[in-house]
Design a protein around this ligand. Structure first.
Ligand SMILES: *[C@@H]1O[C@H](CO)[C@@H](O)[C@H](O)[C@H]1NC(C)=O
Ligand SMILES: *[C@@H]1O[C@H](CO)[C@@H](O)[C@H](O)[C@H]1NC(C)=O
Ligand SMILES: *[C@@H]1O[C@H](CO)[C@@H](O)[C@H](O)[C@H]1NC(C)=O
Ligand SMILES: *[C@@H]1O[C@H](CO)[C@@H](O)[C@H](O)[C@H]1NC(C)=O
Ligand SMILES: *[C@@H]1O[C@H](CO)[C@@H](O)[C@H](O)[C@H]1NC(C)=O
Ligand SMILES: *[C@@H]1O[C@H](CO)[C@@H](O)[C@H](O)[C@H]1NC(C)=O
Length: 403
């Protein structure tokens, strides 16, 4: 018995040398994405008219505010009644019914001032959710790409809408993928535009109610990542700039790094916010010289930074989550979670206010693969992991941190 325990301890120690692993919980799992229908009549009608095709609903972005989890459900296929929803913050729930947010009407409206296809959102320190309604890769809608600000402390009331010009993100093929918020100088949003035809980084100034876009070769996919596979399914095509993360704020004047990477790439790049906040600087060429290669890593979808300066990223082919303390060299990155069985496609990150990070897992490559849909049933397609980090999101200053 003692020998066995000793042996287990040695194995665990060896494992912890390779992986700085932390405890995690699977808090939500969905095999069946379903909603809080108003009546069984409405539900049955949606099923029979194919307005709701359960297996076509996809969970992607996640953010948390107070006691609610907000989820983005991009309309990649038909039969998706909801594109933004909410569930209560709780533990261990299977197939939690998702409630449309802010309402059914805002999710099913035909007008361009309702939500059409949301992939990501961010919640600022005042409880305003910045919703990126920007997936236009199919014919579901041809409404212009937009950013909608919803007040979470006032039933999700729309307090601002900004439509992006077609020249920055097309209503026919555009793909606004991810967003971070910089609450200095009147507040900025930095947004990745992942479309095949015109990838780039969009800068939105809230005080100016204006946006501009920068494009650079570092935002394109990389030929050397053409063959990467996750869980035996090859990633088809080349996917450009996707994940984005912003350094936490320490003082009002601080210049901060914005990190970004293409999905089909092993490289992580960064640029400083003081450069891209200036529209005139972005119109010149000098900023290009300021793009820095930070290091090489596994291909990732979502990225996030916490208020202690830790950078978290999905390691797609390793089925792991990586952490880099940005106060140290990049080669000190470690894995905090690794599981071939339990982790497939790390999609999006969020923090609650109790020192936990949440991660959506989406098996994207399998969910979208015709082969997997036909030959193998993908079990528990979507999951949310909860990981103790003792920190909060980058939007909460390091100085304020005492978790
Ligand atoms: C979907 O949810 C509704 C309640 O909103 C319920 O009546 C229905 O049975 C659920 N369908 C499935 C397949 O779970
Ligand atoms: C969108 O519609 C056009 C014209 O009807 C069609 O040619 C095109 O293939 C459609 N695109 C997608 C992604 O379904
Ligand atoms: C902000 O810009 C959008 C253009 O997308 C315009 O429709 C809206 O009226 C502007 N809002 C304000 C408050 O200026
Ligand atoms: C990707 O796979 C193809 C076919 O096996 C091979 O020809 C090509 O060299 C590979 N590319 C890289 C960058 O490894
Ligand atoms: C990590 O990079 C630093 C320079 O940034 C270098 O001094 C150090 O030797 C490297 N460590 C390893 C383990 O490669
Ligand atoms: C995978 O998850 C199951 C159930 O949550 C757990 O029992 C198992 O230890 C996990 N495996 C790894 C390698 O983390």
């Amino acid at each position: 018995m003692f020998k066995l325990i000793g042996f287990i301890l040695i194995i665990e120690q060896l494992y912890s040398l390779l992986c700085n692993c932390v405890q995690y919980d699977v808090v939500y799992e969905w095999n069946n994405v379903n909603f809080t229908w108003r009546s069984s009549k409405e539900y049955n009608a949606a099923i029979s008219s194919k307005k709701y095709i359960p297996e076509n609903n996809i969970i992607s972005g996640i953010k948390i505010y107070k006691n609610k989890v907000y989820l983005a459900l991009p309309r990649i296929k038909n039969g998706t009644p909801i594109t933004l929803g909410t569930i209560p913050l709780s533990n261990k729930v299977k197939d939690a019914l998702i409630k449309p947010y802010p309402s059914w009407k805002m999710n099913t409206g035909k007008h361009c001032d309702t939500l059409h296809s949301v992939q990501s959102m961010e919640i600022d320190s005042k409880g305003i959710m910045w919703v990126l309604d920007g997936l236009r890769i199919n014919n579901y809608t041809k409404c212009p790409q937009k950013l909608m600000l919803l007040d979470l402390n006032n039933k999700g009331k729309v307090i601002h809408t900004y439509f992006f010009p077609e020249t920055q993100s097309s209503s026919n093929g555009g793909n606004l993928n991810d967003i971070v918020i910089d609450e200095t100088d009147g507040t900025f949003a930095y947004i990745t535009e992942s479309s095949d035809q015109d990838p780039g980084l969009i800068i939105y100034s809230h005080s100016k109610n204006n946006s501009w876009k920068i494009r650079d070769s570092t935002m394109f996919s990389d030929k050397e990542a053409e063959n990467f596979t996750v869980s035996g399914a090859k990633i088809k095509g080349f996917h450009s700039i996707n994940g984005i993360a912003l350094e936490p704020l320490q003082s009002e004047e601080e210049v901060r790094f914005i990190y970004y990477c293409a999905l089909s790439s092993y490289k992580l790049y960064a640029i400083k916010n003081d450069i891209i906040k200036e529209k005139t600087l972005c119109e010149g060429t000098e900023w290009r010289g300021k793009v820095q290669l930070i290091g090489t890593k596994e291909p990732s979808d979502g990225l996030i930074m916490d208020n202690k300066g830790n950078f978290y990223y999905g390691m797609l082919t390793a089925h792991a989550i990586g952490i880099w303390d940005t106060n140290k060299p990049f080669n000190t990155t470690k894995e905090i979670i690794k599981s071939k069985d339990n982790i497939s496609w790390i999609n999006s990150f969020a923090f609650d206010s109790n020192g936990y990070m949440y991660v959506t897992l989406s098996s994207s490559n399998k969910v979208y693969s015709v082969f997997y849909r036909k030959k193998k049933k993908v079990k528990n397609k979507f999951k949310v992991l909860k990981i103790h980090t003792g920190s909060n999101s980058y939007l909460h200053s390091r100085a304020l941190n005492n978790l």
